[in-house]
Design a protein around this ligand. Sequence first.
Ligand code: NAG
Length: 270
Amino acid sequence: MKHFNFFNFGFASYDPVPDQEEASTPEYRDDKYLTSEQIHAVASKKPNLILWYVLTSVFATLATFFFVQNMQMRRRGGFQTGYSNELVLATPAIQVSQVRFTGGIKFHDNGTMYRDTGPGTQYVGRPSPELDAAWDELIGTRYLAFTDRQKSAFDVEISRSNEDGLYRAGPDVFHSLHCVDKLRRTIDGYLYQISEQVDETYQNILHIEHCLDFLRQLVGCSSDLTPIPLVYSIGAGFPVPDFEQLHTCRSFESIRKWAMKQNEDALRTI
Ligand SMILES: *[C@@H]1O[C@H](CO)[C@@H](O)[C@H](O)[C@H]1NC(C)=O
């Protein structure tokens, strides 16, 4: 067996001692000691240059790769740190964790289809004041106040209010949620035949079209790669999508808390 001798002084890789030498120097039989010949033999061995070259190249390639990746991260940002086009002031509020989605369409064993509402606050279903209140609570103040000093954190044009001298902007997540709520209210009017909720004015149609087209872009933009597997359902008698998968999410609750505090703090300065 060829002994690997990378550093050229590793005691673990010395060559076996010839039998006659063992016999002639019995006082060095203890494994802990090397004879002067052994040390000389080890020290005079040539280093394995090819291995040096290969490992140095691998190291250099990896270092370059991580350097470039780090530079890109700094320039463009990331999901956990915030992207460079995002609201910089909100990035400390980003908390990423894995969350299992709820609300899947399922089948009872007798073949009846149902929606598994899951635990917690409900946001869809038969219209009620409670549902509307849940949405209002979720979205809160969509356009938050920012002070004159905080304005420098924005890369985009933003107008100063004539009334209180503050600037207003909102993270897009609030606008997107508002769009979902807008669609919900309009669709519910038709689904549950609530004529007073049906709004076919030109303005509402524009609004609905805007929301649909906006959400299309948003969903494509995040291109979530979480797999939705088809799993055989006894009740359905065929494989059905299992939507309730783990997703990697930014905590909306954390962003919402930051947003409400930002708005209150800015308002307190006037
Ligand atoms: C099927 O089963 C579910 C749950 O046990 C039940 O609520 C439902 O009424 C059943 N449907 C029919 C058509 O029997």
